[in-house]
Design a protein. Sequence first.
Length: 155
Amino acid sequence: MQQLPDDQTLRIASWLGYAGALPFVCFAVLAHQPVFISAQTAIFALLSYGAVILSFLGGLHWGRIMVSQSLSAVFSGGSALIYSVLLSLGGWTALLMPEHTAALFLAACFAGALFVDLRLVTTGVWPTFLYRLRLHLSLAAVVCLVSLLAAPAPH
């Protein structure tokens, strides 16, 4: 049986999760309307933040396997560990790509990670409170990354 976090922990997790979406939104806006920094800097900041957060999502899976007593939900233990590392490597690889390609690649990675994570919720591996939080945060990331396709062309 899965032990759910207490209400205060759920509130903090939600608050921090939504606060973590702010850099996506802020840098996406600044990529189109540079005020304090150049559009190029905002684009780099958004892509870098996306790579970091994608790696964080991979770390969630690594941690899940390290504390799990059942390794057979969605992925086997070894597959989940490989998947978790692939998310980190995917984020890093995106930073080596041209900006628009990187934005699309990261958006696709976030969409794929969302699919996997929602499956973990619906199969009971992760608590149900994560469903809405992951859905909202991933959609925000994907929309902000895809918005870079309309940003000024790189120099």
